[in-house]
Design a protein around this ligand. Structure first.
Ligand SMILES: Cc1cc2nc3c(=O)[nH]c(=O)nc-3n(C[C@H](O)[C@H](O)[C@H](O)COP(=O)(O)OP(=O)(O)OC[C@H]3O[C@@H](n4cnc5c(N)ncnc54)[C@H](O)[C@@H]3O)c2cc1C
Length: 301
């Protein structure tokens, strides 16, 4: 790719940035370019400078991403800290830029005596990632509370879109393939902020009791099949604790794969494939990964 005219950019551009620094699994090879825009205008300028065929990746907190060891050929856009505004909007609304952490939105809403966003407290990603994944927990899903989103296209043009312009399902959102999220307007209910904070604390306690929080992971690796739980199928297939290299099926929650600190992305990917094969063989159920796998395998030489 021709050199970018850096003098016109106000954000931070890094080259050969290790993606292991930006994923919760703590694995992943280097991205050719990694850009943190200063704000929306700067993001637009950056996008217009990119060649039309430049592969473009958007990364939130990397809490649902497996980046392969060979890294990413192309450019990664990372919205923090440039797009992290969070404010009250009218009587029932909260505006969040896509780079804001979901947990921050949950607490902010509660402090504003608005309820309905508590479930976001345990999702360790950004609003951009939550919109892309329709992230959810404890009965709540991101798009249940969305009234409008702001997106940006490859030319840097901003769009305001309604939820009915997207097809939203369980951990799946389609609709505007060449646009990415820059912000969201949430519609919440007026309520008791103290009670909302109490629900947040209870929900975090439940997570800590059932999930291997604090160990590098990507949360649930597989989507739950209709009417069942991936964790149950994996546990009953006898796979809890199974290791491949530095990757291990968690002893605490069978749908989590943890990195013991030495795993490569290849170890994790191999373990994911193995779990799928064994569950298919033992239960006749095809598990589909919830995590997004991107990038190139490392070259062996
Ligand atoms: C310990 C743990 C617990 C978890 N618990 C839950 C849970 O309860 N419920 C749940 O749903 N998930 C859970 N997850 C998974 C993860 O947190 C969610 O999928 C989250 O929404 C991902 O957000 P992110 O910002 O980290 O996105 P990333 O992982 O960085 O990206 C995920 C996808 O979103 C896309 N994306 C990111 N930002 C944008 C943007 N601005 N515009 C367009 N696309 C974008 C990326 O390109 C990628 O395809 C958990 C993960 C961990 C590590």
């Amino acid at each position: 790719m021709a050199a970018l005219r850096r003098d016109t950019l106000r954000g931070r551009l890094r080259e050969r940035e290790p993606m292991a620094r930006h994923t919760t699994w703590r694995v992943g090879g280097p991205a050719d370019r990694f850009y943190q825009p200063a704000d929306r205008e700067d993001l637009a300028v950056f996008l217009t400078m990119l060649p039309a065929d430049e592969p473009l990746y958007w990364c939130g907190l990397g809490s649902n991403l497996l980046v392969r060891d060979g890294g990413l050929r192309g450019t990664v856009v990372f919205l923090s800290p440039g797009l992290t505004a969070l404010r009250r909007h009218g009587e029932h609304g909260v505006w969040a830029d896509a780079g804001v952490a979901c947990a921050k939105v949950a607490r902010f809403a509660a402090r504003q005596n608005l309820v309905g966003a508590e479930f976001m407290a345990g999702i360790p990603g950004t609003m951009g990632g939550a919109l892309a994944m329709n992230a959810g927990a404890f009965g709540g899903e991101t798009w249940d509370v969305v009234t409008e989103v702001e997106t940006v296209d490859r030319q840097g043009g901003l769009h305001r879109r309604r939820p009915d312009e997207f097809q939203v399902a369980y951990r799946q959102v389609r609709g505007q393939p060449e646009e990415w999220f820059t912000g969201v307007l949430l519609a919440l209910e007026p309520g008791d902020g103290e009670e909302a904070m109490e629900r947040i604390r209870a929900l975090l306690d439940r997570r800590a009791a059932t999930q291997p929080i604090g160990k590098p992971s990507c949360g649930s690796v597989f989507r739950n099949p209709e009417g069942d739980h991936a964790a149950r199928l994996i546990e009953e297939a006898g796979l809890k604790g199974l290791r491949m290299g530095g990757a291990q099926v968690s002893e605490k929650h069978a749908n989590f794969i943890i990195n013991d600190g030495t795993a490569t992305a290849a170890d994790i990917e191999q373990l994911v494939s193995h779990v799928r094969e064994v569950v298919q063989h033992k239960h006749g159920v095809a598990l589909w990964p919830e995590v997004r796998v991107i990038g190139e395998e490392a070259e062996h030489g």
